[in-house]
Write a protein that binds this ligand. Structure first.
Ligand code: NAI
Ligand code: MG
Length: 366
């Protein structure tokens, strides 16, 4: 059998970390990875837009929909100001392929220090709704009768999308015991009954976040397996950030609307040491796109110092999504071992290893 993976490095360090992930996949021995992996290079990104006027070419979408089983996406350099005709290709891809959940495991790793210089055991799985909320980008700049500018953005929450995200969160909470890998020197971090924390702010946004909260709760209450085997709690998004920094070990699975999930997961990355460590997968009914959580990091692009671990772990998430669990675990373990050795740390983790050195070390572990 074979597995066809579309590779979309896009911009900045995406061009360095996606080739690193490919190199690791190619290093997988056949006893761990029974299917032959075929790669297909695909275009997208802001740099492509500047050259051609298109950020997400139709050929890329057709290739993904047509003959790819999954994809790896690097990062895009989306500008902070409005550029006529441009819209983010990863946001477009999520929509076109209906990748309705962004799954982000945040795991502490031996050898990697946190922002505060400490290492704490952290094993969270953030499920971020991926299709709506404020990111529908329904914004308008207006002028009032006195000539003052004001801007309005619509936020959309549907029962349909909230249900899918909730279903994914409880299902993954149950699967997690089976999936959970021994990340730090063989010790399992979360030792309690699976738990899902629903994040919202329905004390203020009682209609939109109210619908989100009620829908996710209904998913739980209408499934006796969930009620029996998973604990549930709620947390307002602001105190969620506070608690997450004070007691990250208190969280298992976290489910959040799009924008809260985006913010929480970057914050969670600081807890485990670097954005360069945190992978994600954009998951739909029958397609998945692995994507490091970080952006295109223009400040370090082109220097061969980007941390490739987030992209390598994203490749492992893609393997796991496709059912190649042995191969996925081997990649996770190889990355953990390289981090734990302390010999191959990129500058974001306080070392001076090159992207290519870290990648080669992971390949040797395999
Ligand atoms: P960023 O994630 O690119 O960088 C934030 C900081 O983390 C920088 O100091 C960077 O050097 C560091 N960093 C990120 N990834 C790293 C890695 N693998 N190894 C070592 N250090 C790493 O976020 P920023 O600076 O806010 O955005 C830069 C550009 O990336 C923007 O144009 C933004 O729109 C885009 N972006 C794209 C995303 C995507 O493609 N999904 C997500 C976030 C931002
Ligand atoms: Mg983000």
């Amino acid at each position: 059998s074979s597995l066809t993976i579309g590779l979309i490095p896009a911009d900045g360090i995406g061009k360095e970390v996606i080739p690193a992930a490919r190199q690791v996949l190619e290093a997988l021995p056949s006893d761990l990875m029974p299917a032959k992996i075929q790669f297909e290079d695909l275009d997208a990104g802001f740099e492509l837009f500047q050259k051609t006027g298109t950020a997400l070419p139709e050929e890329t979408i057709q290739a993904l929909k047509g003959h790819c089983d999954g994809a790896l996406f690097g990062a895009v350099s989306s500008p902070s100001h409005k550029v006529a005709g441009y819209s983010s290709p990863i946001v477009g891809l999520r929509k076109k392929l209906d990748l309705y959940a962004n799954v982000r495991p945040v795991l502490s790793a031996a050898g990697a220090k946190t922002a505060s210089g400490k290492t704490r055991p952290i094993d969270m799985l953030i499920i971020r709704e991926n299709t709506e909320c404020l990111y529908i980008k329904d914004e308008e700049l207006l002028t009032d009768k006195d000539g003052h500018k004001y801007a309005v953005a619509k936020r959309k929450i549907t029962e349909f999308a909230s249900k899918r995200a909730g279903q994914m969160a409880f299902t993954m909470a149950l699967q997690r015991d089976a999936m959970r890998r021994e990340v730090t020197l063989g010790e399992r971090i979360w030792k309690h009954k699976p738990k899902v924390t629903i994040v919202h702010k329905s004390n203020v946004l009682s209609i939109t976040d109210g619908l989100w909260r009620e829908t996710v709760r209904e998913v739980y209450e209408s499934n006796s397996e969930f009620v029996k085997s998973v604990d549930i709690e709620e947390q307002l998004v602001d105190s969620m950030v506070y608690r997450m920094f004070r007691e990250p070990e208190a969280f298992d699975v976290i489910v959040a609307p799009n924008m809260y999930g985006d913010i929480i997961s970057d914050g969670a990355a600081a807890l485990v040491g670097s954005l360069g460590l945190v992978p994600s997968a954009n998951v739909g009914e029958n397609f998945a796109v692995g994507e490091p959580v970080h952006g295109s990091a223009p400040d370090i692009a082109g220097k061969n110092i980007a941390n490739p671990i987030a992209a390598i772990r994203s490749a492992a998430m893609l393997l796991e999504n496709k059912g190649y669990n042995a191969a996925a675990s081997a990649v996770y373990r190889a990355a953990d071992k390289v981090l734990a050795s302390g010999k191959y740390l990129t500058p974001d983790l306080g070392g001076n290893a090159k992207t290519t050195e870290v990648t080669e070390a992971v390949c040797r572990e395999l």
